[in-house]
Design a protein around this ligand. Structure first.
Ligand code: SAH
Length: 352
């Protein structure tokens, strides 16, 4: 699929043609990564952030949110619940908490590994190579770092003061032996159809093992949420932040990167709590990341309004499994290492 074909698909409005696209992606998903849906337990370990990303509610300038950092006992309590629910991967996510000693994370990784044979995924922002090496040596398996947009100028505008480029960091993280994920927001003000096509081609070029994309959701407490018109392109070029656009991105991603793991994201479920996960699973996705953070902290990790997992109860963990089965899929029993990563390191591939 070349750039022009991708742009045409992103601009496609005909429902029959889109159905064809989703069916093709679904078939490719089935052939390459099977029917199993991998569940990852997500723990939001800190909402403290020293960065000023224009789109994110956790940005340092937001004085309206109560800031927290989880104690070890809270993390372990969440990990124990993940074990009860049968999750085999723990994802640690946080704002870029530069006031924390990276050794704090090292201790958490080791503690998780001592509970059970979990895969540990880090989603903690931009850190130095030495820090990522230390965390890898402590047992971390995977790393998620979205590059958000491949448009250099837009990247700089929405990440003021950013000295590093996330694209380069991804190479470094990959060279450390992590299974690596990245992704973008869909419909970010300033994102054109051409840019989004370049983002999709970048997924392939980087050889990512996991690719997460969710619709941009405007947050009124952020500079971008307050002044979108400063960034928005004309109507013909600006990508809309819709559910459908996210599904197109999932489907094209699956076609371009057949063996990668693709989550049905919380952002898409936020736009459509009833069917968002199912729709995403039907057009290429094969992963869901249920939130297992302690309930009393979840409201403080509100990246954007109405984030769906904030109001979820413990019942969600059973419900999501029946929803997966009702969608004609199976709940994976294994760790769900990415097929593309297994091929890269000559490890036996397990779909279930
Ligand atoms: N500090 C970490 C984790 C950030 S939160 C990091 O920087 O990598 C994880 C992802 O949430 C971000 O990468 C971004 O793509 C997404 N996100 C943040 N604000 C959002 C918004 N307003 N709408 C949709 N997605 C958002």
């Amino acid at each position: 699929m070349d750039r022009e074909q991708i742009i045409n698909l992103l601009r496609e409005c005909d429902s029959e043609k889109l159905k064809e696209l989703y069916t093709r992606a679904d078939e490719i998903r089935k052939q390459n990564v099977g029917d199993a849906v991998h569940l990852r337990g997500l723990i939001e370990i800190s909402n403290i952030c020293t960065r000023g990303c224009l789109y994110c509610n956790l940005h340092a300038g937001n004085k309206k949110i109560h800031r927290y950092r989880l104690e070890m006992q809270d993390v372990i309590e969440s990990v124990n619940r993940a074990k009860i629910h049968g999750y085999k991967t723990i994802v640690l996510q946080a704002g870029e908490d530069r006031s924390a000693d990276p050794a704090w994370i090292t201790d958490i990784i080791k503690a998780i590994k001592s509970v059970d044979d979990f895969a540990v995924t880090l989603s903690l922002g931009e850190w130095e190579e030495d820090v990522y090496r230390m965390w890898k040596n402590a047992g971390a398996d995977r790393c998620l770092l979205r590059f958000e947009t491949s448009d250099e100028e837009l990247f700089r505008k929405i990440h003021p003061g950013s000295k590093t480029h996330r694209l380069e960091m991804l190479d470094v993280i990959m060279s450390l032996g992590y299974e690596v994920g990245s992704g973008v927001m869909v419909g970010l003000p300033g994102q054109s159809f051409d840019t989004l096509a370049d983002d999709l081609l970048m997924f392939k070029k980087l050889g990512l093992h996991m690719i997460g994309a969710g619709p941009y959701i405007a947050e009124p407490n952020t500079p971008l949420g307050q002044n979108p018109e400063k960034f928005m392109l004309d109507e013909d070029n600006q990508v809309p932040p819709t559910e459908e656009m996210a599904y197109k991105v999932y489907a094209i991603t699956r076609i371009l990167c057949p063996e990668t793991n693709i989550p049905a994201t919380t952002a898409v479920a936020t736009l459509n709590p009833e069917r968002g996960y199912e729709n995403a699973l039907a057009c290429g996705a094969n992963v869901i990341m249920p939130n297992i953070s302690p309930a009393r902290f979840r409201e403080y990790y509100s990246l954007y309004p109405k984030k769906v997992c904030i109001s979820e109860t413990e019942k969600f963990h059973d419900k999501i499994k029946s929803r997966i089965v009702a969608a004609g899929r199976t709940v994976a029993a294994g760790r769900g290492d990415s097929v593309s990563f297994c091929h890269q390191i000559n490890r036996e591939v397990k779909y279930v």
